[in-house]
Design a protein around this ligand. Sequence first.
Ligand code: GDP
Length: 469
Amino acid sequence: MHLDFATIAAVSTPPGAGGIGVIRISGPDAAAVAGKVFRRPDGKPVDLQATQSHRVIFGQIRDPHTDTLIDEVLLIWMAAPHTYTCEDVVEISCHGGPVPVQETLRVVLGQGARQAEPGEFTLRAFVNGRLDLTQAEAVLNVVDARTAEGLQLAVDDLRGDMTRRIVPARDALVSLLAYLDAAADFPEDEIPSTDIDADLSTAVAALDAIIAGSRVGMLYREGAQVALVGRPNVGKSSLMNALLRSERAIVTPIAGTTRDVIAETCNIQGIPVTLLDTAGIAETADVVERLGIERSQRALSAASVAILVLDGSLPPEEDDLAVARLLADRLSSADSTSMPVVVAVNKLDLPERASQEAVIDRLPGATVVAISSQTGNGLEELETAIVARLSAGEGSGAQPALITARQRAALDRARDHLAEARSTRAAGLPIDLMATDVRAALYAVGEVTGENIDEAVLTEIFSRFCIGK
Ligand code: GDP
């Protein structure tokens, strides 16, 4: 990765044909480079630097060596510092075919711009202080958002939400460290006193709130897998189709699902949920094969929540009990109050109703919802039950936090150092001994916002971006 100030350029739109293609140029020579390849419609050159910033100009791109016309384009000249990178930026919108886009980039690169690396525009926004690291990483979450709700969280972070959540911890630690350092050098009665416990608590509370929200935040970014299990004919496929119909289906390849399990992803209340259906199982005499026990096992081991589908119009059969046993066995180690099973008693539209207690009794703690895959009745309650199960547990009521594994690790480190500082204090050791841990906690907090970060970590973060971003 380069950390230089060369003028860089890249195609910022996806490859392939589209309405328009955008070439972005950033750096001190952006105007000069663009000026050499851009002409007004009458063929005259333009001095961009003398032109009003942030205005669109119509014109053409020409190869300066051959004077060949490459495309008619719109050009936006944006003078530093009010740009994405804080540098001079030119964006050229040409026709969105691969050839005009690549030809335009080629002549731009021929005039002294360097091909930008993945994420290099955003890296510059970070290096130039326009975005802190949580905001730069939020750009990735905006681009990769899978639902409108996930996008909302990412955009809030891009606007500084995550930083605002971290600042109270940082401020408390800075003031505490100033006190501890002073206390090491001067008698305590000569320096303004501070409430050490209050500062520690403020920092711990701020960090804990983010850590608590990270599991639910992860649901929005990574999604979750939900297994549909039940004997043949209870309506698993119909339910899957009903959920996919009522929600916008999301097309995403999911790693780790086996070929004999059907996996489809839909948006359930903002969470990209991949439904794993074990339907399509051959009817055979073999109970293991008939119930697709092995497939169900695989679906269950990949899933965070299981939906047991029952036919509410018929009394439970031995096979229903067998599937319930399978679930109960799998989950017997789990705390029964948090058993992640939702029982969907299907075919609510049929006049015949039969008690399903014999099955439900085997799954204490499971949520039971009556539904009809055919009419759509009860589907909303089912979705609410699924989301409640997915977000139950650690940090269920916390404000969701879209943090990366790197940020989480740094927050955990900060939290560990603060725990250490608290035990130093509880043990009645001299207060200056706490300073080491408080300093380390502060450093870890700075790694989240990017105040303390080394180049290798930056390379790792920005290499996850695409070229042109
Ligand atoms: P699977 O084997 O568990 O996947 O079950 P299917 O989804 O193939 O459904 C089995 C049969 O039950 C089909 O004939 C469906 O039309 C019917 N079915 C599924 N859901 C409902 C429902 O809510 N109401 C009614 N009346 N029939 C349903």
